[in-house]
Design a protein around this ligand. Sequence first.
Ligand code: FAD
Ligand code: NAI
Length: 475
Amino acid sequence: MSKQFDVIVIGGGPGGYIAAIRAAQLGFNTACIDEWKNEKGGPAPGGTCTNVGCIPSKALLQSSEHFNHANHHFAEHGITATGVSMDVAKMLARKNTVVKQNNDGILYLFKKNKISFFHGRGSFAKAVDGGYEIKVAGAAEEVITGKHIIVATGSNARALPGTPFDEVNVLSNDGALNIGAVPKKLGLIGSGVIGLEMGSVWKRLGADVTILEGLPVFLGAVDEQVAKEAHKAFTKQGLKIELGVKVGEIKNGKKGVSVAYTNAKGEAQTLDVDKLIISIGRVPNTIGLNTEAVGLALDERGAIVVDGDCKTNLPGVWAVGDVVRGPMLAHKAEEEGVAVAERIAGQHGHVNFNTVPWVIYTSPEIAWVGRTEQQLKADGVAYKAGSFPFLANGRARALGDTTGFVKFLADAKTDEILGVHIVGPQASELISEAVVAMEFKASAEDIARICHAHPSLSEATKEAALAVDKRTLNF
Ligand code: FAD
Ligand code: NAI
């Protein structure tokens, strides 16, 4: 007889492994199947996020930021750093160590929570009385049975038609995190989150970076004022961002890559680069899941169709994370994973999509939660806005990082916070206060009346809240 589980999770990324942990905490006999392999062929749970996403990209951003500081900012502190150089191999090795620490941490958590981990590909075999048979194809092949199945199979990089990733010259996020030497010229297609983060890494290390973006506006989903400030900062750093382009033929040759494109003025152009990163979004991944065997419904994008509670069209089958609708973010996947495990246990799992924060880990960092000013205008909402520049914040001056501002948007009548937008130092950390405030339906006045430590960047948050009522104290 096959091994029987209450819950089987397919996929061990942030959506899957967190769902498995929560299910185990709730007393379910839980299995998690993940196929990711490390370089020795062993298990490497954690998904895209841990292996080729959030974690390695932040490791490289940190290394390149240190290099940038040593080259450009140490002198103003009176520190002489001569002969600063970057050993790319060592930087990549450190990044790989950080990834491995996270893989090992997840394997430890599986053990601690008594989750049965299967290394291999999981696919639907058939529906059986009260559950589903799942085939696991790993070193050996076996079939296990689960009453509830949570699909968390994530996403893959979208390729441009006719231009497959070879991960040598034409790179997805995977190759972009493993470039063995600083390219002289680096091209990126797509100035979204990956384009800006990866472009920043290699620019700081000395590459000549050009980003080609199809849309005529920069960071269209971001508050316009923030996008404008960020664009100014990136341009000053030397990132060349061309908006409104139409990419044509891409030739991948021995010496590099040649991209034909039309610029915003309609002029034919060519970009010749050593390496090309294609970062034009990601596609949900259901490859090899054998959804047809059980009739699991997919939409036209290939995403698994779910309702607001992550229920699919099949009883007892749930799906979370990048493989379903909504933002492709690790913390969104995690929230959904926890909520599904709790719903299986008959509890009221809860995800508030209105308070999912976004962060772009560039320098300056960009972070936001809630609606942008342009969205409020489009929705016809009467609002008040207040912002405070880091230039007027003592801690930012002491840090030597005064780019950007905090901006609050609050309801004109009730003063409830509708959106908070930050561009500047530590925006990734500062945004949490805004998320908490919005979860508690706080008003701008609530934040304005809370004591914030001095000197701290968070005082800019308080001051921006005060600015909503036109009573900043330090500006
Ligand atoms: P994934 O992390 O993709 O995990 C899915 C797992 O399922 C994988 O291990 C896969 O191998 C496995 N799998 C798939 N099919 C099967 C199968 N049939 N059987 C067994 N296993 C299977 N998000 C953030 O919030 N913050 C960031 O800073 C951030 N940075 C990013 C940087 C980059 C370069 C990229 C590409 C993404 C980044 N993201 C970030 C997005 C984030 O990685 C994803 O939103 C997140 O990983 C989604 O989690 P998931 O569990 O849905 O899927
Ligand atoms: P993205 O959706 O952020 O950006 C893609 C960009 O490519 C867009 O600006 C789009 O207009 C442009 N584009 C699309 N097709 C194009 C074409 N043919 N020619 C030129 N431009 C084109 O996607 P990206 O950067 O690939 O990242 C994928 C996802 O991964 C993100 O949406 C995000 O969910 C996640 N991610 C999150 C990070 C974070 O939270 N810090 C970091 C990196 C990725």
